[in-house]
Design a protein around this ligand. Structure first.
Ligand SMILES: Cc1cc2nc3c(=O)[nH]c(=O)nc-3n(C[C@H](O)[C@H](O)[C@H](O)COP(=O)(O)OP(=O)(O)OC[C@H]3O[C@@H](n4cnc5c(N)ncnc54)[C@H](O)[C@@H]3O)c2cc1C
Length: 329
């Protein structure tokens, strides 16, 4: 099957060759909640080797799916497409490709979707993305691009038999004036054809539960679609703070105090103590989310396997002792 970026669809049509994420997480039959992991495109050969070590570790642990983020403005576009394609072709994992609208015309976006389809990838997480350079800066649509993720959901759905997910925000998106606005446009993305959403990382499970309630109250049909919570096992306070800042978010004050106490007053944070607290916290969040009926637990890995593997083992989501071979983090 080859892709025609102008017509947007091959003459054969794009039949789905892979299961959808919703099928995968709802057909999980071993009685345990499924889990999934997020990878990021590696920047160089060394980072790529590290990613593959994590990939092989997770392959043994059996995630329902793995997702690959997309760099702001497509800075690592070719490598991202290649590596995501390799995940589809050379592993037993089910990949979800993130796709963002930043700095791309509609033709370029179509051609990206085509590149994924050519590699057998039909699960796409559709995002607007943030302005390159300063993610919190003014959003400027590409002159021939899309303004909101909702339009991209429609575009991808129109291109063929793709399974689309979108982003959701337990604390509300930082550009949304209030939670009602945030809910309205999340529901618009679901009505446009998204089959599920994955949340931004959060640290207060009540925020996730309130998001779920808001969506169900706004539209019961869309509220029945899975909202997959994203968990970050914190191993470095500095890097999680930076990630939160870039997404217009922050740690809850009580947790900030606990992490500060663990990090200590030295010039360098006490990584071991921060990591221990981070793993405990991710485990506690996972336990509560399982009890509250979350459909799947999605872990940010930063391309390291060890911290997430530890949390999975503590939650009893894997029976395999895996950390011995995982990258040291
Ligand atoms: C799970 C997850 C994965 C992510 N992966 C990536 C990634 O790989 N690469 C990357 O660069 N970024 C990624 N992001 C970040 C994401 O791109 C940003 O959070 C971005 O700011 C919002 O994207 P969105 O798709 O939610 O945008 P949209 O749904 O378009 O929403 C953007 C803002 O506009 C508002 N809005 C939406 N529609 C309308 C409308 N019709 N009228 C008025 N207001 C509207 C929304 O309320 C929101 O405030 C990810 C986020 C999450 C949660």
């Amino acid at each position: 099957m080859t892709f025609d970026a102008v017509r947007g669809r091959s003459s054969e049509g794009w039949a789905s060759r892979t299961p959808s994420i919703v099928d995968r997480i709802t057909s999980h039959t071993d009685g345990r909640i499924p889990f999934s992991v997020e990878f990021s495109p590696p920047r160089d050969a060394e980072a790529e080797a590290r990613l593959w070590r994590a990939v092989r570790t997770f392959e043994r642990l059996g995630p329902a799916f793995v997702s690959m983020t997309y760099g702001a403005g497509g800075s690592t576009r070719d490598r991202t497409v290649r590596v995501t394609g390799e995940l589809a072709e050379e592993t037993t994992l089910l990949p979800v490709a993130h796709l963002t609208a930043v700095s791309h015309s509609i033709d370029e976006l179509r051609s990206m979707v085509g590149a994924y389809a050519d590699r057998g990838i039909s699960n796409i997480l559709v995002l607007r993305g943030d302005p390159p350079g300063d993610p919190l800066g003014e959003w400027k649509k590409h002159p021939d691009g899309v303004e909101y993720a909702e339009e991209l959901v429609r575009m991808v759905r129109d291109l063929g038999d793709f399974h689309v997910g979108v982003a959701s925000f337990p604390e509300g998106h930082y550009r949304a004036p209030d939670l009602a606005h945030d809910t309205k446009y999340l529901v618009a993305k679901l009505r446009a054809g998204a089959e599920y959403s994955i949340t931004q990382m959060f640290f207060d499970v009540d925020d996730y539960l309130r998001l779920r309630d808001r969506v169900s109250a706004f539209d019961a049909e869309q509220g029945a679609k899975p909202i997959i919570p994203e968990i970050m096992p914190v191993t470095s306070l500095g890097s999680v703070r930076r990630m939160l800042e870039l997404s217009g978010s922050s740690l809850p004050p009580a947790l900030e105090r606990r992490f500060d106490a663990a990090a200590g007053n030295g010039a360098q944070e006490n990584r071991a103590a921060v990591r221990e607290l981070g793993i405990d916290l991710a485990t506690e969040m996972g336990e509560r989310l399982i009890a509250e009926g979350a459909p799947c637990l999605h872990f940010i890995t930063l391309n390291f396997a060890r911290a997430t593997s530890e949390v999975l083992e503590r939650l009893g989501l894997t029976s395999e002792a895996s950390t011995g071979t995982a990258a040291a983090r």
